[in-house]
Design a protein. Structure first.
Length: 94
């Protein structure tokens, strides 16, 4: 396996993601369990990710508010949020 990778066995870098896990001291009632926020120019944003392997100038992102369906994810009146921001390859050689 290692020789295949080191020998250039055909791996091609693809998109990555930056993820944040936030515990907040208040609840955000405007968020549902799954929330998708698309950039105003989302086509350009996705081209920057998949064609240019870059962090988009105006990223789209996803927020999961787990406490909407799992009350044990956050204390009452607070939130537990996971934010995922897709971006171009951020690994070595990408």
């Amino acid at each position: 396996w290692r020789r295949w990778i080191q020998g250039g066995g055909g791996w091609k870098s693809t998109s990555s993601a930056i993820m944040f896990y936030w515990a907040t001291d208040k609840e955000y009632p405007e968020l549902e369990t799954h929330n998708m926020f698309l950039a105003g120019r989302f086509k350009q944003s996705f081209d920057e990710i998949f064609k240019d392997n870059e962090l988009p100038k105006e990223p789209s992102f996803y927020i999961c508010a787990a406490s909407r369906t799992d009350p044990s994810a956050a204390p009452p009146g607070q939130d537990s949020l996971m934010v995922l921001v897709p971006c171009g390859c951020i690994g070595a050689g990408g």
